[in-house]
Write a protein that binds this ligand. Structure first.
Ligand code: DC
Length: 232
């Protein structure tokens, strides 16, 4: 089979990461959660009091940051910041509240995009984020743009946080989602938008299994087509 890149972009909390992870597992591909990378940078900035507006500070901090993904004994994809497991910490709301601001910084984006291109260069990866199909891998063989109704996304996020022990009101979560949508879509540096050639998938009324199956089928189609056309 020909090797491919699957780029999954879209709004926050519409099931991107869970879907991308499951698709990668099904296909035997690597999975790269680029949102986790921006979250890890945010955590570092907060822990080290890096000013979000001082380019020199930012550049210096970025040089000190090393992000990798390791698989846990249970097969979970976990984020490591400078050798420390930060997977649980970066999912908390105080990080979610700041991450859009950090990910809008040009220096941060340039550093992350460079790393993401290195991580994906061998192909057979599923990468999810906001700018994968538009900036990181515009040549990805399969590009998907995921969306869902904001209220449904807030309900899903509330459930997810609840399962992790964080109890939050729907209104607070909805406000966070709407704020992030606004920053993500209007920022100057690679704003969130549907890449040319990306297929739109609205997950409002889809179960997780349906989302996964849908994207796996699309991937199978692309791989089959590429393999057949490479033999012609
Ligand atoms: O997917 P997520 O919610 O974990 O992403 C966290 C934040 O990072 C989100 O507000 C937008 C930003 N992000 C980005 O700007 N570019 C990416 N490729 C991935 C995430």
């Amino acid at each position: 089979m020909q090797k491919i890149i699957i780029a999954i972009d879209g709004y926050s909390s519409c099931g991107k990461s869970t879907t991308a992870k499951a698709v990668a597992k099904h296909l035997g591909f690597a999975y790269i959660d680029t949102g986790a990378m921006y979250r890890a940078v945010t955590l570092y900035f907060l822990q080290n009091h890096v000013s979000f507006t001082n380019p020199k500070d930012i550049q210096r901090a970025l040089e000190q940051i090393s992000i990798e993904f390791r698989r846990s004994a249970e097969g979970r994809n976990e984020t490591y910041l400078n050798g420390l497991n930060v997977e649980d910490e970066i999912r908390k709301l105080y990080i979610a509240n700041q991450v859009s601001e950090v990910s809008a910084i040009a220096e941060v984006r340039h550093a992350m995009v460079e790393q993401q291109r290195k991580m994906g260069r061998k192909r057979n990866v599923v990468m999810d984020g906001r700018d994968i199909g538009t900036v990181v891998f515009p040549d990805a063989e399969l590009k998907v743009f995921m969306t869902a109704d904001p209220l449904i996304r807030a309900q899903r996020r509330q459930q997810e946080l609840f399962e992790k022990g964080e109890v939050l009101g729907l209104e607070e979560i909805l406000a966070n989602i709407q704020k992030r949508d606004l920053i993500d879509t209007t920022r100057q540096e690679s704003p969130l938008r549907q890449a040319s050639g990306a297929l739109l998938v609205d997950t409002s009324f889809m179960t997780l299994d349906e989302q996964i199956e849908h994207i796996c089928l699309l991937a199978d189609g692309v791989r089959y087509h590429k393999t057949v056309s490479s033999h012609v």
